[in-house]
Design a protein around this ligand. Structure first.
Ligand code: BES
Ligand code: MN
Ligand code: ZN
Length: 489
Protein backbone atom coordinates (compact mmCIF):
# COMPACT_ATOMS: atom_id res chain seq x y z
CA UNK A 1 0.00 0.00 0.00
CA UNK A 2 1.24 3.42 -0.92
CA UNK A 3 0.32 5.45 2.15
CA UNK A 4 1.27 3.69 5.34
CA UNK A 5 1.64 4.69 8.96
CA UNK A 6 1.23 8.28 8.00
CA UNK A 7 -2.38 9.24 8.44
CA UNK A 8 -3.60 11.40 11.26
CA UNK A 9 -6.58 13.50 12.13
CA UNK A 10 -6.72 16.88 13.75
CA UNK A 11 -9.04 19.83 14.14
CA UNK A 12 -6.24 22.31 13.55
CA UNK A 13 -4.44 22.31 10.20
CA UNK A 14 -0.66 22.01 10.27
CA UNK A 15 1.50 23.27 7.41
CA UNK A 16 1.49 20.92 4.43
CA UNK A 17 2.38 20.89 0.74
CA UNK A 18 -1.24 20.81 -0.37
CA UNK A 19 -4.81 21.03 0.84
CA UNK A 20 -7.82 19.39 -0.77
CA UNK A 21 -10.74 21.79 -0.80
CA UNK A 22 -14.17 20.38 -1.70
CA UNK A 23 -16.46 22.48 -3.92
CA UNK A 24 -20.20 22.14 -4.56
CA UNK A 25 -21.85 22.58 -7.89
CA UNK A 26 -24.48 25.11 -6.90
CA UNK A 27 -27.30 26.58 -8.99
CA UNK A 28 -25.35 29.83 -9.36
CA UNK A 29 -21.98 28.13 -9.95
CA UNK A 30 -19.18 26.72 -7.87
CA UNK A 31 -19.50 27.10 -4.11
CA UNK A 32 -17.07 26.20 -1.31
CA UNK A 33 -18.26 23.10 0.57
CA UNK A 34 -16.45 24.03 3.79
CA UNK A 35 -16.92 27.05 5.99
CA UNK A 36 -13.18 27.81 6.14
CA UNK A 37 -13.26 31.55 5.48
CA UNK A 38 -9.56 31.84 4.54
CA UNK A 39 -10.10 30.40 1.04
CA UNK A 40 -12.85 32.81 0.03
CA UNK A 41 -10.62 35.54 -1.42
CA UNK A 42 -8.54 32.96 -3.32
CA UNK A 43 -11.46 31.14 -4.93
CA UNK A 44 -13.70 34.17 -5.52
CA UNK A 45 -11.85 35.24 -8.65
CA UNK A 46 -11.55 31.66 -9.91
CA UNK A 47 -15.27 30.97 -9.47
CA UNK A 48 -16.15 34.27 -11.21
CA UNK A 49 -14.51 33.02 -14.40
CA UNK A 50 -17.24 30.33 -14.51
CA UNK A 51 -15.07 27.60 -15.95
CA UNK A 52 -14.89 25.62 -12.73
CA UNK A 53 -18.39 24.37 -11.99
CA UNK A 54 -17.81 21.99 -9.06
CA UNK A 55 -19.17 18.99 -10.91
CA UNK A 56 -18.14 15.59 -9.58
CA UNK A 57 -14.40 14.87 -9.93
CA UNK A 58 -13.62 18.23 -11.55
CA UNK A 59 -10.23 19.41 -10.31
CA UNK A 60 -8.21 22.60 -10.38
CA UNK A 61 -4.86 23.12 -8.72
CA UNK A 62 -4.20 26.65 -7.43
CA UNK A 63 -1.00 28.05 -5.99
CA UNK A 64 -0.75 30.72 -3.34
CA UNK A 65 2.04 32.55 -1.56
CA UNK A 66 0.45 32.78 1.87
CA UNK A 67 -1.36 30.27 4.03
CA UNK A 68 -0.54 26.89 5.54
CA UNK A 69 -0.33 25.16 2.16
CA UNK A 70 1.16 26.56 -1.07
CA UNK A 71 -1.11 24.33 -3.17
CA UNK A 72 -4.89 24.28 -3.00
CA UNK A 73 -6.67 21.55 -4.94
CA UNK A 74 -10.26 22.46 -5.75
CA UNK A 75 -12.20 19.21 -5.89
CA UNK A 76 -15.68 19.18 -7.38
CA UNK A 77 -18.15 16.98 -5.49
CA UNK A 78 -21.36 17.77 -7.37
CA UNK A 79 -24.67 19.04 -6.03
CA UNK A 80 -25.17 19.12 -2.28
CA UNK A 81 -28.74 17.73 -2.35
CA UNK A 82 -27.71 14.62 -4.23
CA UNK A 83 -24.44 14.05 -2.36
CA UNK A 84 -23.88 10.45 -1.21
CA UNK A 85 -20.98 8.77 0.59
CA UNK A 86 -20.07 6.96 -2.64
CA UNK A 87 -19.87 10.23 -4.60
CA UNK A 88 -17.44 11.52 -1.97
CA UNK A 89 -15.45 8.28 -1.81
CA UNK A 90 -15.05 8.28 -5.55
CA UNK A 91 -14.32 12.03 -5.93
CA UNK A 92 -11.63 12.07 -3.24
CA UNK A 93 -10.20 8.85 -4.70
CA UNK A 94 -9.88 10.44 -8.12
CA UNK A 95 -7.80 13.28 -6.68
CA UNK A 96 -5.06 10.78 -5.77
CA UNK A 97 -4.24 10.13 -9.41
CA UNK A 98 -3.60 13.80 -10.12
CA UNK A 99 -1.62 14.17 -6.92
CA UNK A 100 0.68 11.25 -7.67
CA UNK A 101 2.31 13.34 -10.40
CA UNK A 102 3.18 16.13 -7.96
CA UNK A 103 6.07 15.80 -5.55
CA UNK A 104 4.12 16.16 -2.36
CA UNK A 105 5.37 15.06 1.03
CA UNK A 106 2.30 16.03 3.01
CA UNK A 107 -1.30 17.00 2.47
CA UNK A 108 -4.29 18.20 4.39
CA UNK A 109 -7.74 16.93 3.52
CA UNK A 110 -10.79 19.05 4.28
CA UNK A 111 -14.26 17.51 4.54
CA UNK A 112 -17.40 19.01 3.05
CA UNK A 113 -20.25 19.97 5.35
CA UNK A 114 -23.26 17.95 4.28
CA UNK A 115 -26.46 18.55 6.22
CA UNK A 116 -28.20 15.31 5.32
CA UNK A 117 -25.27 12.92 5.86
CA UNK A 118 -24.29 11.31 9.14
CA UNK A 119 -20.82 12.64 9.98
CA UNK A 120 -19.30 9.20 10.59
CA UNK A 121 -20.51 7.96 7.19
CA UNK A 122 -19.13 11.12 5.56
CA UNK A 123 -15.70 10.85 7.23
CA UNK A 124 -15.52 7.14 6.43
CA UNK A 125 -16.27 7.67 2.75
CA UNK A 126 -13.67 10.42 2.28
CA UNK A 127 -10.92 8.61 4.19
CA UNK A 128 -11.66 5.30 2.46
CA UNK A 129 -11.57 6.99 -0.94
CA UNK A 130 -8.12 8.42 -0.30
CA UNK A 131 -6.69 5.24 1.21
CA UNK A 132 -8.22 2.87 -1.34
CA UNK A 133 -6.95 4.97 -4.24
CA UNK A 134 -3.51 4.99 -2.62
CA UNK A 135 -3.11 1.25 -3.22
CA UNK A 136 -0.59 0.07 -5.79
CA UNK A 137 0.75 -3.30 -6.88
CA UNK A 138 4.34 -2.78 -7.95
CA UNK A 139 5.87 -6.26 -7.56
CA UNK A 140 6.49 -6.60 -11.29
CA UNK A 141 7.52 -3.03 -12.17
CA UNK A 142 11.18 -2.40 -12.84
CA UNK A 143 10.84 1.18 -11.70
CA UNK A 144 7.79 1.40 -9.46
CA UNK A 145 6.46 4.91 -8.99
CA UNK A 146 7.34 5.64 -5.41
CA UNK A 147 5.06 8.11 -3.80
CA UNK A 148 6.68 10.87 -1.81
CA UNK A 149 3.46 11.43 0.11
CA UNK A 150 4.44 10.53 3.65
CA UNK A 151 1.81 12.40 5.63
CA UNK A 152 -1.92 12.78 5.17
CA UNK A 153 -3.88 14.73 7.73
CA UNK A 154 -7.68 14.55 7.76
CA UNK A 155 -8.70 17.89 9.15
CA UNK A 156 -11.95 17.83 11.06
CA UNK A 157 -13.63 16.23 14.00
CA UNK A 158 -12.52 12.68 13.17
CA UNK A 159 -12.07 10.54 16.25
CA UNK A 160 -8.76 8.68 16.41
CA UNK A 161 -10.70 5.44 16.95
CA UNK A 162 -12.63 5.92 13.69
CA UNK A 163 -9.47 6.61 11.74
CA UNK A 164 -7.80 3.55 13.23
CA UNK A 165 -10.82 1.40 12.37
CA UNK A 166 -10.75 2.54 8.74
CA UNK A 167 -6.99 1.97 8.52
CA UNK A 168 -7.35 -1.63 9.75
CA UNK A 169 -10.13 -2.29 7.27
CA UNK A 170 -8.31 -0.78 4.30
CA UNK A 171 -5.07 -2.61 5.19
CA UNK A 172 -7.12 -5.81 5.11
CA UNK A 173 -8.63 -4.81 1.76
CA UNK A 174 -5.07 -4.26 0.48
CA UNK A 175 -4.02 -7.70 1.69
CA UNK A 176 -6.87 -9.24 -0.30
CA UNK A 177 -5.92 -7.18 -3.35
CA UNK A 178 -2.28 -8.31 -3.13
CA UNK A 179 -3.37 -11.95 -2.96
CA UNK A 180 -5.71 -11.61 -5.95
CA UNK A 181 -3.30 -9.51 -8.05
CA UNK A 182 -0.41 -11.88 -7.31
CA UNK A 183 0.69 -14.63 -9.70
CA UNK A 184 -1.27 -17.87 -9.43
CA UNK A 185 1.98 -19.82 -8.99
CA UNK A 186 3.00 -17.56 -6.11
CA UNK A 187 -0.35 -17.33 -4.35
CA UNK A 188 -0.71 -21.12 -4.39
CA UNK A 189 -1.89 -23.71 -1.86
CA UNK A 190 1.34 -23.45 0.13
CA UNK A 191 1.18 -19.66 0.22
CA UNK A 192 -2.31 -19.75 1.76
CA UNK A 193 -1.11 -22.25 4.39
CA UNK A 194 1.86 -20.04 5.21
CA UNK A 195 -0.28 -16.91 5.41
CA UNK A 196 -2.66 -18.64 7.82
CA UNK A 197 0.27 -19.71 10.01
CA UNK A 198 1.62 -16.15 9.93
CA UNK A 199 -1.79 -14.88 11.05
CA UNK A 200 -1.80 -17.32 13.94
CA UNK A 201 1.63 -16.05 15.03
CA UNK A 202 0.86 -12.35 14.64
CA UNK A 203 -2.71 -12.22 15.85
CA UNK A 204 -3.03 -14.03 19.17
CA UNK A 205 -6.83 -14.29 18.96
CA UNK A 206 -6.71 -16.36 15.76
CA UNK A 207 -6.40 -20.15 15.86
CA UNK A 208 -5.54 -22.09 12.72
CA UNK A 209 -6.27 -25.67 11.63
CA UNK A 210 -4.96 -26.98 8.32
CA UNK A 211 -6.44 -30.05 6.63
CA UNK A 212 -3.93 -31.54 4.23
CA UNK A 213 -4.65 -34.18 1.59
CA UNK A 214 -4.58 -37.03 4.14
CA UNK A 215 -7.08 -35.26 6.39
CA UNK A 216 -9.34 -34.54 3.41
CA UNK A 217 -9.24 -38.24 2.52
CA UNK A 218 -10.01 -39.22 6.09
CA UNK A 219 -13.00 -36.86 6.02
CA UNK A 220 -14.06 -38.41 2.70
CA UNK A 221 -14.09 -35.02 0.98
CA UNK A 222 -14.19 -36.55 -2.48
CA UNK A 223 -15.22 -33.39 -4.32
CA UNK A 224 -12.38 -31.07 -3.35
CA UNK A 225 -9.96 -33.99 -3.83
CA UNK A 226 -11.32 -34.49 -7.36
CA UNK A 227 -10.90 -30.83 -8.31
CA UNK A 228 -7.31 -30.76 -7.02
CA UNK A 229 -6.22 -34.07 -8.57
CA UNK A 230 -4.09 -32.74 -11.45
CA UNK A 231 -2.26 -30.05 -9.52
CA UNK A 232 1.33 -30.43 -8.36
CA UNK A 233 0.19 -29.11 -4.98
CA UNK A 234 -2.59 -31.13 -3.31
CA UNK A 235 -5.73 -29.28 -2.17
CA UNK A 236 -6.21 -28.09 1.39
CA UNK A 237 -8.89 -26.73 3.67
CA UNK A 238 -7.66 -24.03 6.02
CA UNK A 239 -9.70 -23.02 9.05
CA UNK A 240 -9.25 -19.85 11.09
CA UNK A 241 -11.16 -19.33 14.33
CA UNK A 242 -11.72 -16.08 16.18
CA UNK A 243 -13.74 -15.92 19.39
CA UNK A 244 -14.55 -12.30 20.13
CA UNK A 245 -17.63 -13.06 22.22
CA UNK A 246 -16.94 -16.27 24.15
CA UNK A 247 -20.15 -15.97 26.21
CA UNK A 248 -22.37 -15.98 23.15
CA UNK A 249 -23.58 -19.10 21.36
CA UNK A 250 -23.75 -17.18 18.09
CA UNK A 251 -21.12 -18.24 15.59
CA UNK A 252 -20.79 -16.98 12.03
CA UNK A 253 -19.00 -19.18 9.52
CA UNK A 254 -17.53 -17.71 6.34
CA UNK A 255 -16.33 -20.01 3.60
CA UNK A 256 -14.26 -18.87 0.61
CA UNK A 257 -13.72 -20.41 -2.80
CA UNK A 258 -9.96 -20.62 -3.22
CA UNK A 259 -9.20 -21.93 -6.70
CA UNK A 260 -5.63 -20.71 -7.08
CA UNK A 261 -5.99 -21.04 -10.85
CA UNK A 262 -8.99 -22.12 -12.90
CA UNK A 263 -8.01 -23.53 -16.30
CA UNK A 264 -11.49 -25.02 -16.53
CA UNK A 265 -9.95 -28.47 -16.22
CA UNK A 266 -10.47 -30.87 -19.14
CA UNK A 267 -13.43 -28.67 -20.14
CA UNK A 268 -10.70 -26.15 -20.81
CA UNK A 269 -11.54 -22.46 -20.94
CA UNK A 270 -11.29 -21.00 -24.43
CA UNK A 271 -10.31 -17.62 -25.84
CA UNK A 272 -9.62 -14.96 -23.25
CA UNK A 273 -11.74 -16.81 -20.66
CA UNK A 274 -8.70 -18.12 -18.82
CA UNK A 275 -6.71 -14.91 -18.71
CA UNK A 276 -8.22 -13.55 -15.48
CA UNK A 277 -8.44 -16.86 -13.64
CA UNK A 278 -5.76 -16.11 -11.10
CA UNK A 279 -8.63 -14.22 -9.47
CA UNK A 280 -10.53 -17.41 -8.71
CA UNK A 281 -9.32 -17.47 -5.11
CA UNK A 282 -10.83 -14.06 -4.36
CA UNK A 283 -13.45 -15.61 -2.06
CA UNK A 284 -10.78 -17.30 0.06
CA UNK A 285 -8.72 -14.10 0.05
CA UNK A 286 -11.76 -12.14 1.23
CA UNK A 287 -12.24 -14.59 4.10
CA UNK A 288 -8.59 -14.00 5.09
CA UNK A 289 -9.11 -10.24 4.97
CA UNK A 290 -12.30 -10.43 7.01
CA UNK A 291 -10.70 -12.62 9.69
CA UNK A 292 -7.74 -10.26 9.96
CA UNK A 293 -9.90 -7.15 10.17
CA UNK A 294 -12.38 -8.67 12.65
CA UNK A 295 -9.59 -9.86 14.96
CA UNK A 296 -7.63 -6.59 14.77
CA UNK A 297 -10.79 -4.59 15.40
CA UNK A 298 -11.59 -6.93 18.31
CA UNK A 299 -15.17 -7.26 17.10
CA UNK A 300 -17.51 -8.87 19.63
CA UNK A 301 -18.42 -11.79 17.38
CA UNK A 302 -17.42 -15.42 17.01
CA UNK A 303 -16.12 -16.34 13.58
CA UNK A 304 -14.98 -19.44 11.76
CA UNK A 305 -13.30 -18.73 8.43
CA UNK A 306 -12.73 -21.64 6.07
CA UNK A 307 -10.73 -21.55 2.85
CA UNK A 308 -11.34 -24.23 0.23
CA UNK A 309 -8.02 -24.20 -1.61
CA UNK A 310 -7.29 -26.18 -4.78
CA UNK A 311 -5.97 -25.63 -8.27
CA UNK A 312 -8.20 -26.63 -11.20
CA UNK A 313 -5.32 -27.84 -13.36
CA UNK A 314 -5.07 -29.96 -16.49
CA UNK A 315 -3.08 -33.18 -16.73
CA UNK A 316 -3.28 -36.92 -17.15
CA UNK A 317 -4.59 -37.06 -13.60
CA UNK A 318 -7.40 -34.52 -14.09
CA UNK A 319 -10.88 -35.37 -12.90
CA UNK A 320 -12.96 -36.22 -15.91
CA UNK A 321 -16.30 -35.16 -17.34
CA UNK A 322 -18.77 -38.03 -16.97
CA UNK A 323 -17.19 -39.48 -13.84
CA UNK A 324 -19.02 -39.55 -10.52
CA UNK A 325 -17.52 -38.54 -7.17
CA UNK A 326 -18.82 -38.97 -3.64
CA UNK A 327 -19.01 -35.84 -1.49
CA UNK A 328 -18.36 -35.62 2.23
CA UNK A 329 -22.13 -35.63 2.87
CA UNK A 330 -22.45 -38.94 1.00
CA UNK A 331 -24.29 -37.38 -1.95
CA UNK A 332 -22.78 -38.42 -5.28
CA UNK A 333 -22.04 -35.88 -8.02
CA UNK A 334 -21.86 -36.50 -11.76
CA UNK A 335 -19.28 -34.17 -13.28
CA UNK A 336 -20.89 -32.71 -16.38
CA UNK A 337 -18.41 -29.84 -16.57
CA UNK A 338 -15.01 -29.71 -14.89
CA UNK A 339 -15.20 -25.91 -15.10
CA UNK A 340 -17.98 -25.89 -12.49
CA UNK A 341 -15.36 -26.64 -9.83
CA UNK A 342 -16.04 -23.89 -7.30
CA UNK A 343 -19.31 -25.39 -6.09
CA UNK A 344 -17.51 -28.73 -5.58
CA UNK A 345 -14.81 -27.41 -3.26
CA UNK A 346 -17.41 -25.33 -1.41
CA UNK A 347 -19.84 -28.23 -0.93
CA UNK A 348 -17.27 -30.37 0.91
CA UNK A 349 -15.87 -27.47 2.91
CA UNK A 350 -19.28 -26.21 4.01
CA UNK A 351 -20.22 -29.72 5.11
CA UNK A 352 -17.02 -30.02 7.16
CA UNK A 353 -17.53 -26.61 8.78
CA UNK A 354 -21.16 -27.29 9.70
CA UNK A 355 -20.36 -30.65 11.31
CA UNK A 356 -17.24 -29.55 13.19
CA UNK A 357 -18.16 -26.02 14.25
CA UNK A 358 -22.00 -25.82 14.37
CA UNK A 359 -22.25 -22.22 13.15
CA UNK A 360 -25.53 -20.35 13.64
CA UNK A 361 -25.19 -18.82 10.16
CA UNK A 362 -22.97 -19.52 7.18
CA UNK A 363 -22.00 -17.24 4.31
CA UNK A 364 -19.88 -18.31 1.36
CA UNK A 365 -17.87 -16.00 -0.91
CA UNK A 366 -17.08 -17.26 -4.40
CA UNK A 367 -16.12 -16.15 -7.89
CA UNK A 368 -18.62 -18.77 -8.99
CA UNK A 369 -20.18 -17.89 -12.33
CA UNK A 370 -19.72 -15.83 -15.46
CA UNK A 371 -23.52 -15.62 -15.44
CA UNK A 372 -23.56 -13.21 -12.52
CA UNK A 373 -21.42 -10.82 -14.57
CA UNK A 374 -23.95 -11.00 -17.41
CA UNK A 375 -26.73 -10.22 -14.93
CA UNK A 376 -25.15 -7.51 -12.77
CA UNK A 377 -21.95 -6.41 -14.45
CA UNK A 378 -19.20 -5.37 -12.07
CA UNK A 379 -21.55 -3.20 -10.01
CA UNK A 380 -22.93 -5.71 -7.52
CA UNK A 381 -22.30 -9.20 -6.20
CA UNK A 382 -24.99 -11.83 -6.63
CA UNK A 383 -26.73 -12.96 -3.46
CA UNK A 384 -28.70 -16.17 -2.96
CA UNK A 385 -30.04 -17.10 0.46
CA UNK A 386 -32.49 -19.36 2.26
CA UNK A 387 -32.94 -16.75 5.00
CA UNK A 388 -34.70 -13.45 4.24
CA UNK A 389 -33.43 -11.77 7.40
CA UNK A 390 -29.81 -12.64 6.62
CA UNK A 391 -30.24 -11.59 2.99
CA UNK A 392 -31.73 -8.28 4.08
CA UNK A 393 -28.87 -7.60 6.51
CA UNK A 394 -26.35 -8.26 3.74
CA UNK A 395 -28.25 -5.97 1.36
CA UNK A 396 -28.19 -3.21 3.98
CA UNK A 397 -24.45 -3.64 4.55
CA UNK A 398 -24.03 -3.50 0.78
CA UNK A 399 -25.87 -0.18 0.60
CA UNK A 400 -23.89 1.34 3.46
CA UNK A 401 -20.49 0.31 2.09
CA UNK A 402 -21.37 0.52 -1.61
CA UNK A 403 -20.16 -3.07 -1.92
CA UNK A 404 -23.62 -3.73 -3.25
CA UNK A 405 -25.29 -7.13 -3.40
CA UNK A 406 -28.34 -8.02 -5.46
CA UNK A 407 -30.52 -10.95 -4.57
CA UNK A 408 -31.28 -13.63 -7.14
CA UNK A 409 -33.81 -16.39 -6.56
CA UNK A 410 -33.45 -19.97 -5.36
CA UNK A 411 -36.58 -21.28 -7.05
CA UNK A 412 -37.26 -25.00 -6.51
CA UNK A 413 -37.39 -25.42 -10.31
CA UNK A 414 -33.63 -24.88 -10.49
CA UNK A 415 -33.18 -28.29 -8.84
CA UNK A 416 -34.52 -29.81 -12.06
CA UNK A 417 -31.55 -28.29 -13.90
CA UNK A 418 -29.20 -30.44 -11.82
CA UNK A 419 -30.90 -33.84 -12.00
CA UNK A 420 -28.54 -36.66 -12.98
CA UNK A 421 -29.58 -40.07 -14.29
CA UNK A 422 -26.70 -41.86 -12.60
CA UNK A 423 -25.82 -39.77 -9.52
CA UNK A 424 -27.68 -37.80 -6.84
CA UNK A 425 -26.94 -34.50 -8.56
CA UNK A 426 -24.82 -33.14 -11.41
CA UNK A 427 -22.44 -30.23 -11.03
CA UNK A 428 -23.57 -28.09 -13.94
CA UNK A 429 -26.82 -27.46 -15.73
CA UNK A 430 -27.74 -25.42 -18.79
CA UNK A 431 -26.31 -21.93 -19.29
CA UNK A 432 -29.51 -20.20 -18.21
CA UNK A 433 -29.75 -18.85 -14.64
CA UNK A 434 -26.25 -20.07 -13.90
CA UNK A 435 -25.80 -17.96 -10.76
CA UNK A 436 -28.99 -19.35 -9.25
CA UNK A 437 -28.33 -22.91 -10.35
CA UNK A 438 -24.77 -22.75 -8.98
CA UNK A 439 -26.20 -21.57 -5.67
CA UNK A 440 -28.82 -24.33 -5.86
CA UNK A 441 -26.02 -26.88 -6.11
CA UNK A 442 -24.31 -25.47 -3.02
CA UNK A 443 -27.65 -25.30 -1.19
CA UNK A 444 -28.04 -29.08 -1.66
CA UNK A 445 -25.01 -29.56 0.62
CA UNK A 446 -26.00 -27.00 3.27
CA UNK A 447 -27.72 -28.08 6.49
CA UNK A 448 -28.07 -24.60 7.98
CA UNK A 449 -31.35 -22.76 7.67
CA UNK A 450 -29.39 -19.53 7.72
CA UNK A 451 -27.08 -19.52 4.72
CA UNK A 452 -26.15 -16.95 2.11
CA UNK A 453 -24.04 -17.27 -1.01
CA UNK A 454 -22.25 -14.26 -2.49
CA UNK A 455 -21.16 -14.63 -6.10
CA UNK A 456 -18.32 -12.11 -6.46
CA UNK A 457 -17.20 -13.12 -9.97
CA UNK A 458 -18.04 -9.63 -11.28
CA UNK A 459 -16.91 -7.53 -8.34
CA UNK A 460 -13.62 -9.11 -7.25
CA UNK A 461 -11.53 -8.41 -10.34
CA UNK A 462 -12.49 -5.54 -12.60
CA UNK A 463 -12.15 -5.31 -16.36
CA UNK A 464 -12.30 -1.52 -16.09
CA UNK A 465 -10.51 0.29 -13.28
CA UNK A 466 -12.31 2.81 -11.08
CA UNK A 467 -11.12 5.76 -9.00
CA UNK A 468 -11.21 3.70 -5.80
CA UNK A 469 -9.76 0.67 -7.57
CA UNK A 470 -6.44 1.53 -9.26
CA UNK A 471 -5.79 -2.18 -9.97
CA UNK A 472 -8.12 -4.98 -11.07
CA UNK A 473 -8.38 -6.66 -7.67
CA UNK A 474 -10.91 -4.83 -5.49
CA UNK A 475 -10.72 -6.67 -2.17
CA UNK A 476 -14.51 -6.94 -2.25
CA UNK A 477 -16.14 -8.58 0.75
CA UNK A 478 -14.06 -7.08 3.53
CA UNK A 479 -15.82 -3.72 3.86
CA UNK A 480 -19.18 -5.38 3.24
CA UNK A 481 -18.81 -8.09 5.84
CA UNK A 482 -17.17 -6.05 8.59
CA UNK A 483 -20.09 -3.64 8.30
CA UNK A 484 -22.50 -6.60 8.39
CA UNK A 485 -20.84 -7.97 11.55
CA UNK A 486 -20.88 -4.56 13.24
CA UNK A 487 -24.63 -4.31 12.66
CA UNK A 488 -25.48 -7.83 13.89
CA UNK A 489 -28.10 -7.74 16.58
N1 BES B 1 -14.25 -19.23 -11.98
C1 BES B 1 -15.32 -19.37 -12.91
C2 BES B 1 -16.30 -18.20 -12.88
C3 BES B 1 -15.77 -16.86 -13.26
C4 BES B 1 -15.95 -16.37 -14.54
C5 BES B 1 -15.13 -16.04 -12.33
C6 BES B 1 -15.49 -15.12 -14.91
C7 BES B 1 -14.66 -14.79 -12.69
C8 BES B 1 -14.84 -14.32 -13.98
C9 BES B 1 -16.09 -20.65 -12.60
O1 BES B 1 -15.35 -21.67 -12.06
C10 BES B 1 -16.67 -21.14 -13.88
O2 BES B 1 -15.92 -21.53 -14.73
N2 BES B 1 -18.00 -21.13 -13.97
C11 BES B 1 -18.69 -21.63 -15.10
C12 BES B 1 -19.77 -22.55 -14.60
C13 BES B 1 -20.44 -23.35 -15.67
C14 BES B 1 -19.45 -24.34 -16.27
C15 BES B 1 -21.62 -24.08 -15.08
C16 BES B 1 -19.33 -20.44 -15.84
O3 BES B 1 -19.82 -19.52 -15.18
O4 BES B 1 -19.28 -20.43 -17.06
MN1 MN C 1 -14.40 -22.88 -13.47
ZN1 ZN D 1 -13.74 -21.14 -10.99
Amino acid sequence: MMVKNCVSSSKERQSADLVILPVWMDKKGALLATSEKEFEPLVKFVFEQKDFSGKEKEMQLLYRQNGKEPRVLLLGIGEEESCTPEILRSAYASSMKLLSSKSLKSMNVLFPEVGHLDSEALYTAVIEGILMAGYSFTQFKEKPEVSSLAKICFCGNVKASLLQRIEIIIESVSLVRDLVNGNADDVNVDAFKQLARDFEKEISSIKVTILDKKALEKEKMGLILAVGKASTLPPSVIILEYKGDPKSKEKTAIVGKGITYDTGGLNIKVGVGMETMKCDMAGAAAVMGIMRAAAKLKLKVNLVGALAIAENAIGANSYKPGDVFRSRTGKTVEITNTDAEGRLVLADTISYVEDHYQPTRLIDFATLTGGVIVALGEEASGLCSNDDKLAHALEKAGERTHERVWRLPLYPEYKEYLKSPIADIKNSGPRKASCSSGATFIHAFVKSSSWAHLDIAGTAYLSELKACHPTAATGVGVRLFIDFLEHLT
